[in-house]
Design a protein around this ligand. Structure first.
Ligand code: ADP
Ligand code: ZN
Length: 292
């Protein structure tokens, strides 16, 4: 079975051809410009390759409501030229194959659930702390959609007592993304995140925010595994800081061994590394084909 996968990001598009086992035989990265520049390049990559379906994990917000006239569209994104762009419809028209469509982070959690750190589990979440904060949610073996889709990067947090930074989200003064995504860290401290590696107070504050968000996700989604990735998590010391603070915030209330005894295996790095998103996208295509 030949399947196409597309991890559509705000800075780059990862295009792949692969199969239902997650083997990728061809891959290309295309920088994200405007739809007018970028779409012809994407279409050119997939055309003539005999794919039976295409799965797309897309930056958002996106419309996932199949009854909506704008199903498959990108909505009010910060990437202005893409607002109201019909991503799924354009690909369907051009390639004439079934299109599986979901958010980039739902794609990533699916990849990890099928082939990665959450393999065999029914419930997991995938959190990326990068240019933004996004959360893919997989419950009872399904990706969660609702009125829209989870936007858990925007959960509201208590401010660190020493934090005077205004926050970076245009909608909320104290949401996780506005306080703790890469651009917020860099604006607050006035340096590239990687250059802040030795500043203990930076990571103490970062762990404080990420842990609060994770405690909320545990209360609300009750995941069996939390996969934590994204550029900021290249600061590996954050993993243990986050595990410890999350446990403290839960304060024994979620009395499960995974949390009380085995945090190292509960909050984990993506097993698929950088390929969670693209492999998940591929599997969105596999699922779509199965449902046709
Ligand atoms: P995206 O979210 O666009 O997919 P990434 O997950 O790579 O991209 O996240 C990019 C962000 O990660 C940057 O804003 C930067 O602040 C941060 N970042 C990248 N590399 C590192 C690093 N080695 N240490 C700390 N932060 C990093
Ligand atoms: Zn916000």
């Amino acid at each position: 079975m030949r399947i196409g996968g597309l991890e559509a990001g705000g800075t780059k598009m990862v295009c792949a051809i692969g199969d239902e086992q997650g083997n990728i035989t061809e891959k290309k990265i295309i920088p994200t410009g405007t739809p007018q520049d970028t779409m012809p390049e994407l279409i050119d990559f997939y055309k003539g390759k005999g794919i039976e379906a295409l799965g797309i994990g897309c930056f958002g917000p996106v419309d996932l409501n199949r009854k909506s006239s704008t199903y498959g569209f990108i909505r009010q994104t910060a990437k202005l030229p893409w607002i109201n762009f019909d991503m799924a419809g354009t690909m369907s028209k051009e390639l004439q194959v079934p299109i599986g469509f979901d958010t980039d982070v739902n794609g990533a959690v699916l990849g990890e659930a099928v082939w990665g750190a959450a393999k065999g589990l029914d419930n997991a979440i995938y959190i990326t702390v990068g240019t933004g904060i996004g959360v893919g949610v997989y419950i009872d073996k399904r990706l969660v959609h609702g009125l829209m889709h989870p936007e858990a990067g925007h959960v509201l947090l208590s401010r660190h007592p020493k934090d005077t930074y205004k926050g970076r989200c245009p909608y909320h003064s104290n949401c996780a993304e506005g306080l703790a995504a890469g651009p917020a860290v860099e604006e607050r401290w006035g340096q590239k995140a990687v250059e802040l590696a030795d500043r203990e107070e930076v990571w103490e504050m970062e762990a404080y925010y990420i842990s609060q968000a994770i405690a909320d996700y545990i209360f609300v989604y009750s995941p069996e595994k939390i996969i934590l990735g994204g550029g900021i998590m290249h600061q590996k010391k954050l993993y243990d800081m986050v595990r410890k603070q999350t446990k403290e915030l839960l304060n024994g209330y979620i009395a499960k061994e995974e949390i009380l005894e085995d945090m190292e295996n509960y909050i984990v790095e993506p097993l698929l590394g950088d390929e969670a998103g693209i492999k998940g996208a591929l599997y969105l295509g596999v699922l779509k084909l199965g449902n046709c």
